[in-house]
Design a protein around this ligand. Structure first.
Ligand code: G6P
Length: 370
């Protein structure tokens, strides 16, 4: 079994460490050799079909849904098309407005999740074009969608998803840039810069993994608590949701993720002496606002672990107890790095609590009931 795990103690840790390779494989031949363009040869969708898209619905469950929340920001920022992201088990029952000019993107690691598959079928019935982002070739979702972007993460064994999520983010970056190229919503220089930043992600993940010991120490500390909070704004909020889910799934520590500005509208009542709060602040334009939310927490005795990009580390250090720094990248790409320390945090907290990391209680890798 250790051989299967390539020397790692658990599949989850192995899969966390496979992310640099997974990033390279997912980007692979989809970036032109001169780094100027994204080339998605596998898509059947024509340029005219793309110009006709009026709205996008992203539908998924669990971790894939969290990737879809980032996908919304990515597509809206890059292509200026309105996007809604829905949990698949809710989507069909809210009579969503699906027209032939709606692009429905279903996201699923396994490609077999019952609710996601049902959403896909409903979207097709309404005449929408369906794009699947999935990891499994030959899966139901891959077979039934009109178009597929495979994530090429390789088999994911641990129930808690890591490399499947991060490669789903990469798929959204690639697709968002593809839309921007067709629609002319971003100029060549922007596209070139973002592609260059994407190419640096694998080595930047390596750099984060090299700091695992620091995260392990923080995780051991957190494993002694029964409740904790994650806060962030914008994409940092979406990453917070994923960090919180990861922690709950395998450490069984109760946690909640809040949009940082929303904390004071109720949840701040739960912040008292020594309550751990993980604050993500990777976005320059939101830094000041997030810092004021962090101060609301520290003023009540909460202990804050801040996660930020290199450029803002000094600034953030003034208002938090501990700072963990991720390498500097393009503003839209920070989730692809910021989630790594959160995966490690969940892993080490689970380990410290003596849980079965790869097979958490009550959970299944693939859920085929609605
Ligand atoms: C299960 C897994 C989650 C996963 C979700 C969606 O609940 O435990 O980790 O995010 O299903 O799975 P999918 O294969 O559709 O991405």
């Amino acid at each position: 079994a250790t051989a299967e795990k390539a020397g790692f103690d658990h599949f989850m840790l192995k899969e966390i460490h496979e992310q640099p390779k997974a990033y390279r494989d997912t980007m692979g031949s989809r970036l032109s050799p001169d780094g100027s363009r994204v080339v998605l040869k596998e898509l059947t969708m024509t340029e005219q079909q793309i110009r006709d898209i009026r709205n996008v619905h992203i539908v998924a469950c669990g971790t894939a849904y969290h990737a879809g929340l980032i996908g919304k920001t990515v597509i809206e920022q890059l292509a200026r098309i309105p996007v809604e992201t829905d949990v698949a088990s809710e989507y069909r029952y809210r009579s969503p407005i699906i027209t032939p000019n709606t692009l429905v993107i279903v996201v699923s690691q396994s490609g077999e999740t019952a609710d996601t598959l049902a959403a896909l079928r409903e979207a097709k019935r309404c005449g929408a074009h369906v794009l699947a982002i999935t990891n499994v070739v030959g899966s139901s979702v891959a077979r039934e969608a009109d178009d597929v972007l495979f994530t090429w993460a390789g088999p994911e064994i641990a129930v808690a998803s890591t490399k499947a999520y991060t490669t789903q983010l990469v798929a959204f970056y690639l697709f968002g840039l593809h839309l921007a190229q067709v629609l002319g919503t971003k100029d060549e220089a922007f596209i070139r810069d973002m592609i260059a930043a994407m190419k640096s992600l694998p080595e930047q993940v390596e750099a984060i993994l090299g700091q695992s010991e620091a995260i392990k120490a923080a995780a051991e500390d957190m494993s002694k608590h029964d409740d904790l909070f994650f806060i962030g704004r914008g994409v940092d909020y979406a990453v917070s949701l994923e960090g919180s889910l990861k922690l709950k799934e395998i450490s069984y520590i109760h946690s909640e993720a809040y949009a940082a500005g929303e904390l004071k509208h109720g949840t701040l009542a739960l912040i008292e002496e020594n309550v751990p709060v993980i604050a993500l602040a990777t976005q320059e334009d939101l830094l000041e606002k997030t810092v004021s939310n962090i101060k609301e927490v520290t003023a009540r005795g909460g202990k804050v672990l801040g996660i930020t990009s290199e450029r803002y580390a000094q600034e953030l250090a003034k208002s938090v107890n501990t700072v963990f720094t991720i390498p500097q990248t393009h503003a839209l790409l920070t989730p692809a790095l910021a989630v790594i320390p959160l995966q490690l945090l969940a892993y080490y907290a689970s380990l410290a609590r003596g849980n079965d990391v790869d097979k958490p209680r009550n959970l299944a890798k693939s859920v085929t009931v609605e």
